[in-house]
Structures are given as structure tokens and as C-alpha cells.
Design a protein around this ligand. Structure first.
Ligand SMILES: Nc1ncnc2c1ncn2[C@@H]1O[C@H](COP(=O)(O)OP(=O)(O)O)[C@@H](O)[C@H]1O
Ligand SMILES: [Mg+2]
Length: 371
């Protein structure tokens, strides 16, 4: 088990970039408490700029979470120089965002968000982030307000794909998402440098997902899209425990090996009672630009097969297309880079069908009984 000393020693490893002094020496660390594997402390920030606060907060949670025996870290943020008031009622200035003692009901975390859509896949590399980003942009193109969360903690690609600039700011102890192409964006990739590999354990993923919801100032949104890690791991479990998901879009490529993993992923979401919106088959075919010949590079019919098996719609088949890849690499996804292209139209069609499905699955849910 970690001791208070271990926690402080670990936190001494984090320096305030401005003064180059460690955060313990600066007196920023207050109220260290350890209960079994759960460690909590408060970061009493003074005049640090918002991005420094976010960076220190995320490093502190991460490093303490790596101590042997630590299963959960809750690092509260407090403004001002005074230690935050606890039970006593005279808190000056802003209340720390993570402070309320009563457990929050999940829906209260993002009361202003109407629909939450997870984009998931059985395997990595099938184009999940590409679909998540272009789906979010296509939804935004219909006039909706849309946010996107990079919940793929193992490969946070959204900042690169969306070409985000700068780091998130802070307001009232909450993180302000970055804006890109009209979307509100949050990613762990925006908070930490890409030099250091992130080592994630289950409880850290859980608190990261909670933080992305509770501590981020999303404001009113019609849709919040989650780019999930591949597979059936902790993030999927945490997310479906933390908020009621409106539905899941499953991305696959057509070949049989990919389908095995998709079936596992679908089965998991079904066990968690999350509605499946349908399947997107990506890299379905390639049209040779010179001859117009259509090649089924990864085979044919896989997406349709799985969709039929589970009685859910095939939401779209997206071609393998060099411009789609380029758009992702250059921070200008195909739907904004070449909105007139057939690929962009295909993404808009997927978005249209997702909206249709959301309406349909919502009406399938049990209605409240009126006595
Ligand atoms: N339809 C497509 N055509 C061409 N390249 C694609 C397509 N979909 C995805 N890619 C490229 O394939 C790679 C993996 O896609 P990505 O969306 O990052 O997958 P995942 O999030 O599932 O790991 C990226 O380089 C991406 O640009
Ligand atoms: Mg990805």
C-alpha cells in the first residue's frame, strides 16, 4: 500500500514550468488522504495558467495512479491560495469541481447532452477514428452542435486527425474543450505530451472517462461522439457504467478475421444493454481512378453478413480511398476537405441513418408508466 510519503515523493517529480519548482515545495498539494487503494488530494492552484493546471492535474493523477497498490486517484482542483474549505461552509471563490460528497447520478454528469454515440470496433486499424471524426463532422453539417471525445486512451489520434491547435483552457475549474472544424474536442492527447507512453490500468480509464464528462465544460450538445479503443476492454465497460449511451456504431472491414472480433464486441455491448445502431463497413472496395474498375480488396459482404446475423442495419460501406487517409493525416477530414466527393457523401449518408436509428431505438425503450 502507498503511504502519504510515497504520494508526496511522487508528486515532487512534477515541476511547475514557470518557477521550475516542484509542486510539493510550492505548497500546491493539500489534503492527501489514503483509504486502502484510494488516494485523494487537492491541488490548490495559485496563478498558474489554465494549461499548466490541466497538465499538472493530469500528470499528478497519472503518476500517483502508477504507485503500487493504488487503484483509484481523485485529484481535486481548487483555485486561489487558501486550502479548500471542506465540511465548513465558507469556501471562497470557486468550488472544486470534484468536491460534492453525494454520489452523482450518471445522467447528471452531462445533463446538456442529448445523445451519446460510441464508435467502436473489434480490432484497431479498421478506421474507427476516421469514421468517428467524419460522422461527427457530418452531424455538425446538419446544423447540430457536436462534441467528440477521444476515449481511445491507447491511441489518441483525434488531435492529429482534426488538426487541433493549442491546449484546452480552464474556466471555473472545468476544462474547456478545444474547437476544430466546428466540433468541440477532448483528448488525452491534448493534455499530455506524446513523448511519454501512457500506461493505463482499468481504474485509471474509468476516472479518465468520468473526468472527460464531469470536468469538461461541454455546454449544450445535440450529439457527443466517443472514439472508443478497439475491443472489449475497460473503457467500454466504464463508459456504459458512467453514462447511458444512446447507441453504438460498430466499424469493421469486410474480411472474415475482422468479423470474429466484431461479434465479440457486439456481444459485449448487448450484455451491457447498450443499443446497437448498426455496422459501418470501411475499406469495402477500391475504385481505380484511371479505369474506374472496382476491386474488393478485403473481400466482400462481411459487414452485411454480421448486420444480418444480429438483425441490425448496415449503415454504410465506405471505399478505400487515398484522400480519406490523407485527410486524416493532415488534420482536414474528407468531409471538410472535399465535401463534394462521393466519400464525403457516403459519410453524410451514414450520419443520416445514425440519426434515423437513434430515433428508432429511443422509441423501443420502455416508456415510463403513468399512474
Ligand atoms: N476508407 C479509408 N480509406 C483510406 N484510408 C483509410 C480509410 N479509413 C481509414 N483509413 C486510414 O487507415 C488508418 C487507420 O484508420 P483509423 O481511423 O486510425 O483506425 P482505428 O481508429 O480503427 O485504429 C489511418 O491512416 C486512416 O487514415
Ligand atoms: Mg483510432
Amino acid at each position: 500500500m502507498a503511504s502519504e510519503q510515497d504520494v508526496l515523493d511522487t508528486l515532487r517529480g512534477i515541476k511547475d514550468p514557470e518557477s521550475q519548482k516542484d509542486i510539493v515545495a510550492l505548497g500546491l498539494v493539500r489534503d492527501v488522504a489514503i483509504h486502502g487503494g484510494e488516494v485523494s488530494f487537492t491541488l490548490a492552484f495559485a496563478a498558474q495558467p489554465p494549461q499548466t493546471k490541466v497538465m499538472i492535474h493530469s500528470m499528478a493523477s497519472k503518476l500517483v495512479g502508477r504507485l503500487p497498490g493504488v487503484s483509484k486517484v481523485s485529484a481535486k482542483m481548487a483555485g486561489g491560495t487558501a486550502a479548500p474549505a471542506h465540511q465548513h461552509g465558507h469556501a471562497h471563490g470557486q468550488a472544486p469541481s470534484a468536491a460534492p460528497a453525494a454520489p452523482q447520478r450518471p445522467a447528471d454528469m452531462i445533463p446538456e447532452v442529448k445523445q451519446t454515440i460510441a464508435v467502436s470496433s473489434g480490432k484497431g486499424g479498421v478506421g474507427k477514428s476516421t469514421v468517428a471524426v467524419n460522422l461527427a463532422l457530418a452531424l455538425h453539417g446538419t446544423g447540430a452542435s457536436v462534441g467528440i471525445i477521444d476515449a481511445d486512451v491507447y491511441g489518441p489520434d483525434l488531435p492529429l486527425m482534426l488538426g487541433t491547435r493549442g491546449r484546452p483552457g480552464m474556466f471555473d475549474n472545468r476544462i474547456i474543450p478545444v474547437e476544430a472544424h466546428g466540433l468541440k474536442v477532448m483528448s488525452i492527447g491534448l493534455l499530455v505530451g506524446d513523448k511519454e507512453p501512457l500506461v493505463w490500468r482499468g481504474p485509471m480509464i474509468h476516472s479518465f472517462i468520468q473526468q472527460m464528462l464531469r470536468d469538461v465544460l461541454w455546454g449544450p450538445l445535440d450529439y457527443l461522439v466517443f472514439d472508443m479503443p478497439p475491443g472489449t476492454g475497460d473503457a467500454q465497460l466504464s463508459l456504459s457504467q458512467v453514462i447511458p449511451l444512446s447507441g453504438v456504431v460498430m466499424v469493421t472491414t469486410p474480411q472474415e478475421v475482422a468479423l470474429l472480433d466484431v461479434r465479440k464486441a457486439i456481444a459485449m455491448f448487448q450484455r451491457l444493454n447498450v443499443p446497437m445502431l448498426g455496422i459501418v463497413e470501411n475499406m469495402s472496395y477500391f475504385v481505380a481512378p484511371d479505369t474506374g474498375t472496382r476491386y474488393a480488396i478485403f473481400g466482400e459482404g462481411g459487414g452485411k453478413k454480421v448486420a444480418d446475423e444480429y438483425g441490425m442495419p448496415l449503415l454504410g460501406q465506405l471505399p478505400l480511398d487515398p484522400d480519406t487517409r490523407k485527410g486524416g493525416d493532415e488534420g482536414a477530414p474528407i468531409t471538410v476537405r472535399r465535401p463534394e466527393s462521393a466519400q464525403a457523401a457516403a459519410f453524410r449518408e451514414v450520419a443520416r441513418r445514425v440519426v434515423e436509428r437513434l430515433d428508432a431505438v429511443a422509441t423501443l425503450r420502455p416508456l415510463p408508466t403513468i399512474s
